[in-house]
Design a protein around this ligand. Sequence first.
Ligand SMILES: *Cc1c(COP(=O)(O)O)cnc(C)c1O
Length: 340
Amino acid sequence: MKINLISDTVTKPSPGMLDAMMSAEVGDDVFKADPTVNRLEEKVAIMFNREAALYFPSGTMTNQTAIKLHTNPGDQLICDKYAHVYNYEGGGVSFNSGVSCKLIDGHLGMMTSDQVEEAINPPDFYHSPLTSLVCAENTTNKGGGACWNFSELLRIKEVCQKHGLAYHLDGARIWNALVEKGESAKQYGELFDTISVCLSKGLGCPVGSVLVGDKEMIDKALRIRKILGGGMRQAGFMAAAGIYALDNQINRLADDHKKAREIGSLLQSLLFIKKVEPLETNIIIFEINEDYLSVEDFIEKLLKKDIHIIGMGSSKLRMVTHMDYTDQMHETLLKTLKSL
Ligand SMILES: *Cc1c(COP(=O)(O)O)cnc(C)c1O
């Protein structure tokens, strides 16, 4: 039995999801004529109480499109040093938009409104890049699935309004935050100019992300998606998976969080674990105490049991729980960890 905890993107469509995909009504979405894609976009827009939404092949493309929408070449955006848009999008911020990042030394991928305000370049000081956008990420990926305190996001919004900056949310795992904190999509929709959400992480779809915003913004996003090569034809087969996931697979994220907490507290009790980072959702980041066991040995021992996890550089390791990680796998993992 392979136990794959390298990411929550390793899931395969559930039987219900496959049924929904196979019976999807489709058309050519480049002509906006795929009824299932249109239905998904409308559904996500309504969830976040926004005018419009646009379906994309990836979360990288939704983020990159949003950054392009809110900036001009030469501008600067503000984000945490852990941000996905800075670390894991292949330098797309500069490649696609000609924009630089002002990095904030935040906590678990989250900034304070004071830090954001300090990072803004004075707009009349023309020697510095013009600050035009703030990007937040919830939950934070490199920050171990941490959830923002909503009131801090609100204070950052006030800073953005005061200084005329756009405000984008990389909400690849927003669903995990909503479930864990009991928050609503609408309250996020109210706060941000644009939000990018992933259907292919915890929600278990094979592909897909959605960008939400006002109509004017999403109309412009359609052109940028085209330029980036993200126009798709009968994408309704995939969009049907998205609709199914939104209807059926959000609340179950609580189970991923519960399993992650159980793994975290077991790790905490083991002699060869130096540290488990604060754990709120489905991402467990921990450090091996190499006086007892090397990282390589640890990974090797797990691999012998067909358990797959991922290194994050230095002695840090990561496990991510997801819908294909069953109760039985969970039992096996806990037993294996105890036996090392
Ligand atoms: C996964 C992820 C994305 C998008 O990734 P894709 O693989 O391009 O879909 C964006 N932001 C965060 C925080 C992510 O974890």
